[in-house]
Design a protein around this ligand. Structure first.
Ligand code: ADP
Ligand code: MG
Length: 623
C-alpha cells in the first residue's frame, strides 16, 4: 500500500506520492495539482472544498473558511489578540469553533475536510486504498498545533506516520540529505505567510537551528500594494472604493504579478464601478518599485534567523526557495542578494514541500522504492540526540532510552519503593549523558500517588518511555498491583539547539571518569541508607529485643558507617554497610520471628507512612 505526502498549507494544499522512484504531485480530475485550502459550508450542513469553495468566497465571505491553518491549536483569545482571523469565533470550553453555514466547526474539522479531499484524490489517482500519510507542518509549530494537525489527519481517516517540518521536506525534495553534512536556509514565501528556517544536516538527520518569519507577510501583500497604487492612479481612493472593486483590483494585481513572472511587461486591466475600464502596461521595473517596500520586510527575519543560528550567509551550503511567491524574479533576485548566493529553485516551489513529504512517506514504508534505489542505506530515521532517563535515589540517572535510538522508540523498566509504607513516588524525567541528575537537563516531573503501603521493595512500578515519530516523549508510571497510573508528555528537543546537544555530549566525555566515581559513591550511599533507615527505627521500637552489648556494637557500626558516608570512599561505605548488616543480623532475625508470632507480616507500617511519602524512584529491578 502506498503512503502519501501532504502539504497542508495556509493558502494551498497538495498531495504527492513516490512512483517509479520519483515523487510527483497528484492532480485532480481537471489536471490541477493545487487544492486551495478553503472550505465553504452551506446552510444545510453540506460543504465544498478547494476551488469550488474559494470561488464563492467573495459572495459568501462568512461561510467560506480560508487560512484556517492559522487557527490550529489556538484559543479564541490568542486568535483575537494576534488578529489571526476575520471569522466569527466561539470559545466552547477548551475548544475554538468557527461559525459558518449556520453551524460551528473546529479548525481540526475544517482541516480534516481538506485532508479528506486530498486522500480521495490520491485514491482516485492511484486506484488503491490510501491511508498512510506524512503531513507537513511549519517548523515553529508548537506541540498543541502539531497535535491538532495529527488529529485532523486521524479525523480524515489517515494514519499519520509522521509530521514533518516544511523546511525539512523541501530540503529532502532537493536531496540535500544525500550530502554528509551541511547548513541550509529554507526561504518560504507563500500567499499570506513568510517563514525562514535554518537547518543543519548531521549524519542524515536535519535539525532546525533557528526559525523566523512574519505571519502577516506574503504574496497577497504584493497584490494589495499594487492594487492600492493603481486604483489611486485610476482616480479612485482605495478606502472609498466598493468592496467589489477592491476585490477586482486585487485579482487584477495578482494576474499582473503572475504575468510578470514570465514576461518583461504585462497589462493591468480593471473595470471600474462606473463601467469605465482602466488599462495600463507595467514593466517589471515599475512593478518592482511598487512592491519593494513589502519585499524588503523579509530581510529582518532572515538576518535574525542567521544570527540565532550563529551563522554568516557565507557559512551556508545552500538556500532553498519554497512557496508560490518565490516564482517571482523579484523575489529570487532579492534572496540572492540577501544570502549572497544563487538560491535553489529548480523544483516547483508550490510542490517542493509535498514532494519532500512524499519521499519521506516512501522511506518510512516497508516496501520503500527510494530505499531500494539507494542501495538500502538511506539514513533518514530520526534518532534521539540525547539519552532520556529518570532520577533515582541519590540523585542518580537511570537511562531508559539511550541516545541515538531510532524513533519511534519504546522502553519500559520496573522500579520499586525505597522505604516501608511509601505511598508516593516522584518521577523526574531528565535528558543527557551525565550520571548525576544535577548535570542533566530536567524535562518534566510528576508524582505517582496511591501506591498501597507495603514494605520497601515490595511494590512494582512500571515506568514506560515512548518517543513517537514526531519526537514527543510520553512517560507513564503504573503501579502493577492496583493499576494506578500517571503520565506526562514532553518534547525533549524543545528549546534545545544543536550546539547545546553537542556541548552536553562533550561534557559527558570530559567528565566520564569523575561521573563513574560519583555514581559509585552515590550508589553506595543509597545502599547504606537503605540499611540504616529501618535499623534506626527498629532500635527504638524494638529495643527490648536487644542485649546491651549488641546494642552498643550496632550503634558503633552505625556511627562508623555514618562517618564514612560523609566522605568520598565508596568502598569504605560498602564494607561498613556489609559489616552493619552482619552485626545486626541476629536482631533482624528476632524481630522477624516476633512479627510472625504476632501475625503482623508488615513491620509497623502505620508509624512510618506519614514521613515517607516523598521519595523518588527507588531501586531498579530491570527487565
Ligand atoms: P501557502 O504556502 O500560503 O499555502 P503558496 O505557496 O501556494 O501559499 O503561495 C501562494 C502565493 O503564490 C500567492 O500569493 C500567489 O499569488 C503566488 N504565486 C503563485 N504563482 C505565482 C507566480 N507565477 N509568480 C508570482 N507569484 C505567484
Ligand atoms: Mg506553503
Amino acid at each position: 500500500m502506498k503512503a502519501i505526502g501532504i502539504d497542508l498549507g495556509t493558502t494551498n494544499s497538495l498531495v504527492a506520492v513516490v512512483e517509479d522512484g520519483r515523487a510527483r504531485a497528484l492532480p485532480d480530475e481537471h489536471g490541477r495539482v493545487i487544492l486551495p485550502s478553503a472550505v465553504a459550508y452551506a446552510d444545510d450542513g453540506g460543504s465544498v472544498v478547494g476551488y469550488g469553495a474559494r470561488d464563492v468566497a467573495a459572495e459568501r465571505p462568512h461561510d467560506t473558511l480560508l487560512s484556517v491553518k492559522r487557527l490550529m491549536g489556538r484559543t479564541k483569545a490568542e486568535a483575537e489578540a494576534e488578529g489571526l482571523s476575520t471569522f466569527s469565533l466561539v470559545q466552547d470550553g477548551p475548544v475554538l469553533k468557527i461559525e459558518a453555514g449556520g453551524g460551528q466547526h473546529t479548525p481540526i474539522e475544517i482541516s480534516a475536510r481538506i485532508l479528506e479531499a486530498l486522500r480521495d484524490r490520491a485514491r482516485a489517482a492511484l486506484g488503491e486504498q490510501i491511508s498512510r500519510a506524512v503531513i507537513t507542518v511549519p517548523a515553529y509549530f508548537d506541540d498543541t498545533q502539531r497535535q491538532a494537525t495529527r488529529q485532523a489527519g486521524r479525523l480524515a481517516g489517515l494514519d499519520v506516520m509522521r509530521l514533518l517540518n516544511e523546511p525539512t521536506a523541501a530540503a529532502l525534495a532537493y536531496g540535500l540529505d544525500k550530502q554528509k553534512q551541511g547548513r541550509f536556509a529554507v526561504f518560504d514565501l507563500g500567499g499570506g505567510t513568510f517563514d525562514i528556517s535554518i537547518l543543519e544536516l548531521v549524519e542524515g538527520v536535519f535539525e532546525v537551528l533557528s526559525t523566523g518569519g512574519d505571519t502577516r507577510l506574503g504574496g497577497d501583500d504584493f497584490d494589495t500594494a499594487v492594487a492600492t497604487a493603481l486604483l489611486r492612479e485610476a482616480g479612485v481612493e482605495p478606502e472609498a472604493a466598493s468592496a467589489g472593486l477592491r476585490r477586482r483590483a486585487v485579482s487584477a494585481a495578482e494576474a499582473l504579478k503572475i504575468a510578470l513572472t514570465d514576461h518583461f511587461e504585462a497589462r493591468f486591466t480593471l473595470v471600474l464601478d462606473d463601467g469605465q475600464s482602466f488599462d495600463r502596461p507595467l514593466s517589471r521595473d515599475q512593478y518592482e518599485t511598487l512592491i519593494r517596500p513589502v519585499l524588503e520586510r523579509v530581510a529582518g527575519p532572515c538576518k535574525r534567523a542567521l544570527a540565532d543560528a550563529e551563522l554568516r550567509p557565507d557559512e551556508l551550503d545552500g538556500v532553498v526557495l519554497v512557496g508560490g511567491s518565490t516564482r517571482s524574479p523579484f523575489v529570487q533576485r532579492f534572496v540572492a542578494e540577501l544570502f549572497d548566493r544563487q538560491p535553489l529553485c529548480d523544483i516547483d516551489p508550490d510542490q517542493v514541500v509535498a514532494l519532500g513529504a512524499a519521499s519521506q512517506a516512501d522511506l518510512l514504508s516497508v516496501d520503500s522504492e527510494l530505499r531500494l534505489l539507494d542501495g538500502g542505506d538511506v539514513l533518514l530515521l530520526d534518532v534521539t540526540p540525547l539519552s532520556l532517563g529518570l532520577e533515582t535515589m541519590g540523585g542518580l540517572v537511570e537511562k531508559i532510552i539511550p541516545r541515538n535510538s531510532p524513533i519511534p522508540a519504546s522502553r519500559a523498566q520496573e522500579f520499586t519503593t525505597f522505604q516501608d509504607g511509601q505511598t508516593g513516588m516522584d518521577i523526574h524525567v531528565v535528558q543527557g549523558e551525565r550520571e548525576l541528575v544535577a548535570d542533566c537537563r530536567s524535562l518534566a516531573r510528576f508524582r505517582l500517588t496511591g501506591i498501597p503501603p507495603r514494605p520497601a521493595g515490595a511494590a512494582r512500578i512500571r515506568v514506560t518511555f515512548q518517543v513517537d515519530a514526531d519526537g514527543i516523549l510520553r512517560v507513564q508510571a503504573r503501579e502493577e498491583s492496583t493499576g494506578v497510573e500517571q503520565n506526562i508528555e514532553v518534547r525533549p528537543s524543545h528549546g534545545l539547539t544543536d550546539a547545546q546537544v553537542e556541548e552536553m555530549l562533550q561534557a559527558s566525555l570530559d567528565h566520564a571518569e569523575e561521573d563513574v566515581m560519583a555514581r559509585f559513591l552515590r550508589s553506595a550511599q543509597v545502599e547504606a541508607e537503605r540499611v540504616l533507615m529501618p535499623l534506626r527505627k527498629a532500635m527504638q521500637v524494638d529495643a527490648s529485643l536487644l542485649s546491651e552489648d549488641e546494642s552498643r556494637i550496632i550503634a558503633h557500626a552505625i556511627g562508623q558507617l555514618e562517618e564514612a558516608m560523609g566522605g568520598s570512599d565508596h568502598r569504605a561505605i560498602q564494607d561498613l554497610t556489609e559489616m552493619l548488616d552482619k552485626v545486626s543480623a541476629g536482631f533482624a532475625q528476632r524481630r522477624m520471628e516476633r512479627a510472625l508470632q504476632s501475625g503482623l507480616k508488615d513491620v509497623a507500617v502505620d508509624d512510618l507512612e506519614d514521613e515517607l511519602a516523598d521519595a523518588p524512584v527507588g531501586g531498579g529491578a530491570h527487565d
